[in-house]
Design a protein around this ligand. Structure first.
Ligand code: AMP
Length: 174
């Protein structure tokens, strides 16, 4: 089975995307390779440890790809946290700051029952703004957040401090 080092080797760095100064971590070469994709899902699923997870929550949009696969491995449900205006039914909302302005994430009001054990998954931790807003949404639903797991962590942006979650895992850090 491939290792985290093989995932690292497959990630493509794209300078100045989507705007100047951003070094974009392109994970599509992992997704397109059956063995690498499987490994990425298995390593993320392992971050749950021995906890029985009820639902894996994925963050719009690349987080969905990983969270759905992890949910399948763990025998858990999948719940999407989406950008504003995409979910059809009653939602809870949380605003968060961007470099300029703000954005909003939403979750269906009935997506999680109080006390359910949740693993939150996204592709990449940068400043932590999106994940922090998602954690607030989950707490508002009285979820028991067992872990917060990312394939990639950009350590220079201090997202880990912004989240201050005791069970934060990343498979690769840069
Ligand atoms: P943040 O809220 O700053 O932690 O950023 C969260 C989201 O932005 C992540 O889920 C990524 O999908 C995306 N993102 C931020 N920076 C990068 C980057 N350098 N490469 C790829 N995706 C990024």
């Amino acid at each position: 089975m491939p290792t985290a080092a093989d995932l690292d080797a497959a990630i493509r760095d794209v300078p100045d995307f989507p705007k100047p100064g951003i070094l974009f971590k392109d994970i599509t070469p992992i997704l397109g390779d059956p063995e690498l994709f499987k490994t990425s899902l298995e390593l993320l699923a392992e971050t749950a440890g021995s906890e029985k997870i009820d639902k894996v929550v994925g963050i719009d949009a690349r987080g969905f790809i990983f969270a759905a696969g992890v949910a399948h491995i763990l025998g858990a449900g999948f719940v999407p946290v989406r950008k504003k205006g995409k979910l059809p039914w009653t939602t809870h909302q949380m605003a968060y700051s961007l470099e300029y302005g703000e954005d909003v994430v939403e979750i269906h009001a009935d997506a999680i029952k109080p006390g359910e054990k949740i693993l939150l998954v996204d592709d990449l931790l940068a400043t932590g703004g999106t994940a922090a807003a998602s954690i607030k949404l989950l707490k508002a639903l009285d979820a028991d957040i067992v872990g917060v797991s990312f394939l990639i962590e950009l350590t220079g942006l201090n997202g880990r401090e912004a989240l201050s979650h005791s069970k934060l895992h990343s498979i690769l850090s840069y």
